[in-house]
Design a protein around this ligand. Sequence first.
Ligand code: URA
Length: 233
Amino acid sequence: MRLDKYLAQSGIGTRSQVKEYIRAGQVQVNGIREKHADRKIHAETDDIVYREKSVTFRERVYYMLNKPSGCVSATQDERYMTVLDLLGKDRRKDLFPVGRLDRDTEGLLLLTNDGALAHRLLSPRNHVPKTYQALLARDLTSGQIDLLENGVDIGEEKLTLPSVFTWKDRQKKEAFLTITEGKFHQVKRMFEAVGNQVLSLKRLSMGSLVLDESLSPGEYRPLYEKELEELLD
Ligand code: URA
């Protein structure tokens, strides 16, 4: 396997990041600094060291993606680009997105191959909070905000669970909504239920994980150790 691919698949960084690390002399193969990203290595027998630490092939990997509008939260699709296509063709083949954002929704999406974590984050029983930033078509009355926060009828069996609404900028009709469920198009349907419309939507957080605003739409990075610890906690 190529050295850059091995490092990327071990969760050290994206393919372009690990190429930088190699160029910068931060990677050693069997005790010798290696500056060629295309160096062929044997994952089982070669000793790969990054910044003085031995790199073991990680079974589980976790990436934070700032999903751009226009691609679908699926592993494959016949019509549209998928969120996994953004990771390039050398990505690990067992990755999947944790949950779905609509094609036109941007923001935080976790990509992993850890099925147990995905299950925990998505299970309706766990009520994992997710915060969205929405651009609305109209202002809201305090009565409509009360309805949003206490439960609205979006055509499901039950009203939505309590949520938290705050204005980001009322003049610009930008708002935050934190929900603890994940029904299909839930945020859009909640605002529609109170006579409004979501013009654009971005997810800012999921559980303890917060979107890294330094990631432009379409960019991703491995989770930091601390983010992962908190998420697995
Ligand atoms: N709610 C929506 O309406 N759309 C999303 O993409 C996520 C939550």
